[in-house]
Design a binder for this molecule. Sequence first.
Ligand code: ZN
Length: 438
Amino acid sequence: MDTAFDCAGMLSFIDDSPTPFHAVENVARALEGAGFVRSEADQPLAQPRAGRLRGFVARGGAIVAWDGAPEALAEHGARILGAHTDSPNLRIKARPNTGAAGFRQLGVEVYGGVLLNSWLDRDLALAGRVMVRSSSGSRARLLHERTPMLRIPQLAIHLDREVNSRGLVLDPQHHLAPVWGLGRVDERLLQRFLAARLECAESDVLSWDLMLHDVNPSTFSGLERELVCAPRLDNLCSCWCALRAITAPERAGAAPERAGAAGPLAVMCLFDHEEVGSSSDRGAQSPLLEYVLERLVGDAGAGRERFHRAMARSLCASIDMAHATHPNYREKHEPEHWISLNAGPVIKINTNQRYATDAESEAAFQLACERAGVGVQKYFHRSNLACGSTIGPLTAARLGVRTVDVGCAQLSMHSIREMCGALDPVLMARALTAFLAL
Ligand code: ZN
């Protein structure tokens, strides 16, 4: 297998994006580098340049980008790539300074479906968004600590003799507060730390969206470096694939008439809050994507009627990670639908609409893979296990757009450190590039 994998860039993207806010800033920077123009949500959207519409709007942990000719959406609809920027983790409470037995600790809340055991005995640090007082009120500052400062110590086996036979039981209220030093509890410790880091007065630290991450960098693994071990593959891997597709050199190099006028508008939407149900101002249940698309049709001089026609002509690929077949738990998987690493994108199907895929959208994605020269796999959950869901059904229901749920295969989903194939993200990016040209 070729070891010069093209996805080294994904590893640094993940390491540089410990929170949805960082992911969006890094995506925004990459888009600007590729010639996309940033618009503010409360301002008119950027006008076409050289006959081509290439822009994006970012909002906290979510971002929508588009590329094509000005009339492309109204005339031909969109090819939408959807993914999410958030991952299950531990988040800092508003009155976080706590401690016991001579330790200083931080109060945390569990965000999403965390595999709690995987957070024990890791080198953790803080990252996120801090609101700081400014002359006009408050402004957001990003924080990304890269050196270990926190740890959730596991109880010694001598004090929990049955842990290996009965399993580890963790109470989120009592067992997860990370240690971040020794000494008496200091009610302003975090605020002082933030003020020092952000070089502002302690009283100017107003509020935060702070969370924990493992500082251990992502890495290739396996005898032939054919595996990737990294945090947040679910779902920054998919964000990276979508970003690669919408900024693919063949799209950038295309003449405006090839890039859009003759075909649909390419759209990428990375939502926040998928891991907690997508119901927020920037989740997949929000009107974020709908409003941007409506405004893009409006800016092309068309009205609501043309917007609805555009949606009827559109197609969406919702990209989220898929379960590879676990070699040690084969009985957990549907035997006719085993999924392998480095065997190409996975189409996820659930007839109860936990995934939005139907025969029509499945066929469309399959054609894209065929055109990209990429193999494709099909996932069904075991019939006697409850199936997870993702943003696909929400986007389909919100916009009335035909949608296919796809993803790269991985193991250890929702662990602090997950694993996927090193080839799959590149194959997925190729398939998505072809999907945008369908
Ligand atoms: Zn996910």
